[in-house]
Every structure is written in structure tokens, then in C-alpha cells.
Design a protein around this ligand. Structure first.
Ligand code: FES
Length: 162
């Protein structure tokens, strides 16, 4: 990031490129948002404003898309992003308890990041590991048959790693 457009927005190079690439195309907003999300791990307000102006789409619509789809994020994710599966198979095996435990241990809600930037939390629908229910993923590492005790150990382990 760091490039600035005339309104003094902090707009990333990937955002500028995506706007240029998709301008005038059908589905331009979705495609541009995907690229920005992939490049920065979230979509900042300034990047949203820039896309709104360049793609000629109301900011409220862009914001609506970001908040509707799970894979888009308004805030930077933590170094360790914890995804707790809340799908049916995991739910019946106590996933909600795990989800609540992460919230309690880290002091954050769904979609938030800890102040030190170390952890973020996401409740997701089915990680495709139903046989391992309840399952969680930390970054790309899958943990199955997670108990509250195991979850505490996993968090402690990442905390030590830093
Ligand atoms: S429901 Fe949790 S992995 Fe499928």
C-alpha cells in the first residue's frame, strides 16, 4: 500500500490494478474484491472507497458484499487465524462450546482480531472434515476431534510460537 489517489486515500497497488482490469466488465466488483482480499488479507475502507469510485458502484453496495460473503474481511486477520467449524456435524459434537471458549480465551468476537494482532477468529460452515468433528483450522493446519482442553493447548502452543 502507499500509493495515493487524489482524495488522499491509501490505496494499494493491487487495488488500482484490479480496478483497471475489471472496469466495465460484468461482475467487476466481485472480481476486484477477490483480488484485493487476496493481496492484503482484508479490504480497507480506503480501498473500498477507491473501488466504489473507479467501478462506479455505491460504497454501501461494496460494503454489503464484503459483509455478506465470509471470505471477505473488513479487518486484517491475525497472524494465526482460527476457524471454528459450526457446521452440523461439528455442531452436534460441541462446536459451539469451542467457539465460545476461543472468544472467552482471546477476548474477541467472531470476525475480530486480538489487539496484539496474534489471533483472529472466524466461525465457518463445514471445513470438509466432518469425520473429524468437531474440527478447527488454524491458518491451514486442521485439528480434529477437538476437546475444550485440546483447544486451550492449541491456543497456548501458538501463543508460545508467536
Ligand atoms: S461440519 Fe464441521 S467439518 Fe463439516
Amino acid at each position: 500500500m502507499g500509493n495515493k489517489c487524489e482524495e488522499n486515500l491509501k490505496v494499494g497497488a493491487a487495488t488500482i490494478k484490479a480496478a483497471e482490469k475489471y472496469k466495465g466488465q460484468e461482475g467487476a466488483v466481485m472480481m476486484a474484491l477477490h483480488e484485493v482480499q487476496n493481496a492484503y488479507g482484508y479490504i480497507s475502507e480506503d480501498n473500498q472507497k477507491y473501488l466504489s469510485k473507479e467501478l462506479n458502484v455505491p460504497l454501501s453496495e461494496i460494503y454489503g458484499i464484503i459483509t455478506f460473503y465470509n471470505r471477505f474481511s473488513l479487518t486484517p486477520k491475525g497472524k494465526y487465524n482460527i476457524q471454528v467449524c459450526l457446521g452440523t456435524a461439528c455442531h452436534v459434537q460441541g462446536a459451539q462450546t469451542l467457539f465460545d471458549l476461543v472468544k472467552e480465551k482471546l477476548g474477541i468476537e467472531d470476525g475480530q482480531t486480538t489487539e496484539d494482532g496474534l489471533f483472529s477468529l472466524e466461525g465457518v460452515r463445514c471445513l470438509g472434515a466432518c469425520g473429524l468433528a468437531p474440527a478447527i483450522v488454524v491458518n491451514s493446519e486442521v485439528y480434529g476431534k477437538v476437546t475444550p482442553k485440546k483447544l486451550e493447548e492449541i491456543i497456548a502452543e501458538y501463543r508460545e510460537k508467536k
